[in-house]
Design a protein around this ligand. Sequence first.
Ligand code: AMP
Length: 368
Amino acid sequence: MRLAILGGGQLAWMLALAAESLGVSVAVLDPSPEAGAGRVADHVVAAYDDLVGLDEVSAGADVVTYEFENVPAAAVTRLVEHGVPVLPSPRSLAVTQDRLSEKQLLAELGIPVAPHAAVDGPTDVETALAQVGAPGILKTRRLGYDGKGQVRVRSADELAPAVAELGGSGLIYEGFVEFSRELSVVIARGADGSTAVYTPVENEHRDGILALTIAPAPQMSTNLAESAQAAAIAVAEALDHVGVLCVELFETADGIVANEIAPRVHNSGHWSIEGAVTSQFENHVRAVVGMPLGDASVRGVSAMVNLVGGVPPVAQLEAIAGATVHLYGKEPRRARKLGHVTIVAESAELLAVPLGQVRALADAAWDA
Ligand code: AMP
């Protein structure tokens, strides 16, 4: 079997490592000659809309997948026209590329979302305020990531200037959700409709970037866990999704509120390499090449700490009990994810000390 991946960053790298152990060979398409997945996969250096590059990466591939949701529609069309299956399907991409269609799908499925309104010009400001109120957050509907393309709106008079700041159209204004914490659920779904759902996890952000994931989310009631997992299953089924997806959620006093869907392997699922029986990467590969899904059960309690902007001394990280270091081979740069550390322990009590040690090192190196 041969798998082509659009994008050659750290997600593609970890997908390629998983594919290799399943006997699946990998080619990636990425415009950067330094793309990390090139360390373990064939690498076509070309833009995502380069027709020659697309033909080259997909030649001989049984299936094409992607590591980011902003794949140009033209690229997918080209692949589909050439009869190469693209999984997850173009529908999963189309719905999740736009925050508005994403929220509409969630709402149709009965999954609570923040009050929201589309803003496509100054004349929509009044209507949006009437529907949503303030405070809120104005976001670009497309191409946002890690908190980019977003402006906090503290009071009603801040919305019009925020709309101008974000380019005036193609925006969504959301009511501000008073949440106690952020959670996410990763799910893998096969073409036969089988699913492997990971435990809901708790996520902590710093500067809009994921800093820490704890799996399972601590102090989670059965109700909360079930509603979070049910939301992920409903989304995957509604999209007829094949592969991994992640639903990001807020926990509020009234239960969960869904924020975003990522139609791909997700940073909040990295813990699963060591912390689950089958990782999200292996299950994504299994799903898209048509192998049976693996068991998503946890092995103990895990924490994943991102290394952002700077890498702490690796020998110090590796000396910490239960810690595994993953480095993406990227040059340090502000706000750039350079690697992550996973710590697995038998209980939350046993996780606390090594997690504190890893966090102290990662915090000191963050954008240092
Ligand atoms: P997003 O790009 O939608 O994941 O947003 C980035 C971060 O902004 C989230 O992880 C939340 O911390 C925060 N955020 C986004 N939308 C809302 C909202 N409607 N209410 C409160 N906080 C939000």
